[in-house]
Design a binder for this molecule. Sequence first.
Ligand code: ZN
Length: 370
Amino acid sequence: MVNNFAYAMPVKIEFGAGVSKKLFEITKNAGLMRGILICDKMFEANGTAAQIAKNTPSICGVYCEITPNPLLCEVEAAARLLREKRVDYVAALGGGSSLDLAKFACSLALSDRPAEEYFYKRAVFANRHIPLFAMPTTAGTGSEVTPVSVCNDQTTGIKAPLSHPNFYPHTALIDPELTLSVPSFVTATTGLDAMSHALEAIWSVNHQPICDALAAEALSSIFRHLEQAYDDGGNLEARTGMSYGALLAGLAFGQTKTAAVHACSYPFSSRFHLSHGEACAFTLDLFVRINAEAGRIDALSKKLGFENAEAMADRIFRLKKKFGLKTTLADIGSPDVRSLAEECVAHPLFQNNPVKLTVEELAAYFKAFL
Ligand code: ZN
């Protein structure tokens, strides 16, 4: 029997090769006449930003001062520009960073308080923001359909996610053509991040039927296309399969939240300077093994064509090896396992894991498997 559940997601979705060219038409139909494009510097350098501005005559400026982990001072600078230019919409192009920065700036622009007050939750946004049109250029974060923005305080070095209903984009324009030039290593790490989102949505203690269905379809598409997209970046079919999988995974974990893999990813990325995707991939196959029964992953793995959860975990491990990712504690400098496990277990997302582990138990798993 299907249990009671709720599902709400306000973002309009435009999916398919070439949809980013419809930005002008879509914003115009929404009655919006003056926008700013927020994008990573790389897209200004390679001409993509200029191309989008050319196709979208209502764009009156470009903001591209964004570090890979967006800083609060950059959010402030973008918000100032939005106020100065008196825009009525924002388009964001890029991986997670430019989308995360744009989400925060679209609300901050209509506030007279500093970013820091919202980041540390001393202030709560009023229910108004500039509408955001999100165009992801990687198949991974799912940020285009979630209300979460991950930023860094440049003074304290603290990195944290901030979530608010204002942060949902107005429309996600998911154009696989934008991902064709993503380098193979980024394809690998962002793809494994999307795989982590789908698996964590299924084994999260908050899982529910719609998210289970979305995440299972996401995994089927990701397992089918990730290696192909890595081997041949110009393969539009593989890229489309990855964009589709990452989108469905985003639609799933946006409701359920993630669990132990993401909890562990924070200390792994901050201590050992791994990207978010590589940090998630580091413990992903381990948690497939740990959560096999309680997380219903054994049954899922059979539906996906694996013999069992162990076989699925082995496949993830082989992909990591092929992609040249770090897979052992020795690879990251043989850290003190106990203090690492302590920090992982203390992260709030760890509570969403279906198998409850003590610090000692997690440390023992790290020693035995990593
Ligand atoms: Zn993630």
